[in-house]
Design a protein around this ligand. Structure first.
Ligand code: ZN
Length: 329
């Protein structure tokens, strides 16, 4: 059973997805689930996955067939999707609740045919090419207009939600926009007294203060945000954002890859290879022109407890100023 339901009490959507119970990690001990005999994402095992949607070579060019062994990044549908079913418009009322009549889609981007389990172990070319593949898929979704929003993310290691050790990106396209996304779209689109956008003001503030900056490149800033919810949380933010991420040049993707890999390498040394999530935060496609998208990476070093779940106020045991000092060494 797969279903998307709206709860008016908490003003949130929930994906009910029983098909995911068949995933390798659901209710299976970790030692068992991560020791699969055949890794479906490794070179030569392409037939173990659903058919390829898109494959790119080392120069980020599209390939006609991936089975010749020359692919560097491969996009496939998720075998255990959060959403399944065909699209039909609108929502239906079920008592005081709502149910979406449309369902989204879910794809995986395999960034390397080599069996590695962290972004830090990819080459810069591999990660850049995977981000290029994501651009192709995001542009396709934006043009087709079937889904409202796409989330690109990486779950690395079991505590971050990974079910297959071979590192991979996931992209989930959802047919609804949430109140949180709508609120961010309004804040990003609203005029500021400074004449700068909200994210523009954040960038100016962090550059002025310096104490939470971790690293800068020509086009990006990486810093631990002032009100970090989690220990060692970082944002990678473009200095100027005048276009959706699927329209930025490949040199910008390379800078994102380099910063992401620098950060992951640092936390793997500092925190003994923690699980972590890498996320691209972007607005719904309808607000793409007012967006100032950014990347967030968080190591999963503390559990979400009752207070956080009940209030959405997070308790962070490491000040972002302390985290930045340790990260940039
Ligand atoms: Zn593998």
């Amino acid at each position: 059973m797969s279903d998307l339901r709206y709860d008016p009490v908490f003003d949130v959507w929930t994906a009910i997805s029983e098909v995911r119970r068949e995933r390798p990690i659901e209710f299976v001990p970790i030692e068992q689930s991560l020791k699969q005999l055949i890794c479906p994402f490794c070179l030569g095992n392409e037939l173990e996955t659903p058919p390829t949607i898109l494959a790119l070579d080392g120069q980020a060019r599209r390939l006609e067939h991936e089975q010749n062994g020359h692919w560097l990044a491969r996009v496939i549908p998720n075998k255990f999707p959060t959403y399944v079913g065909g699209p039909s418009p609108g929502t239906a009322a079920i008592g005081p609740f709502l149910r979406s009549m449309r369902l989204g889609d879910q794809e995986l981007i395999i960034p390397t045919p080599r069996h590695v389990d962290s972004l830090a172990e990819l080459t810069v070319e591999e990660m850049t090419t995977a981000l290029r593949a994501a651009q192709y898929r995001l542009e396709d979704k934006a043009q087709r207009g079937v889904i409202e929003h796409a989330m690109l993310f990486v779950n690395c290691r079991y505590d971050a939600g990974a079910s297959i050790a071979h590192i991979h990106f996931q992209m989930i396209g959802s047919p609804v926009t949430t109140t949180a996304l709508q609120g961010r779209a309004e804040r990003f689109g609203a005029g500021r007294s400074s004449g700068r956008s909200l994210m523009g003001e954040v960038i100016d503030f962090e550059r002025r203060e310096q104490v939470r900056l971790v690293r800068e490149t020509d086009d990006f800033l990486m810093f631990c945000p002032f009100a970090s919810r989690m220990a060692f949380q970082v944002w990678i933010v473009p200095r100027q954002c005048i276009r959706p991420i699927w329209q930025v040049p490949i040199d910008h993707l390379r800078q994102i890859a380099e910063l992401s890999q620098f950060y992951v390498d640092r936390i793997e040394r500092l925190l003994s290879k923690p699980a972590y999530n890498w996320m691209l935060h972007q607005l719904p496609f309808s607000s793409a022109q007012a967006d100032h998208w950014f990347i967030e990476i968080v190591p999963r070093v503390s559990k979400t407890a009752g207070y956080e779940m009940g209030t959405d106020i997070w308790v962070n045991p490491v000040a972002p100023e302390t985290a930045a000092r340790q990260l940039k060494v």
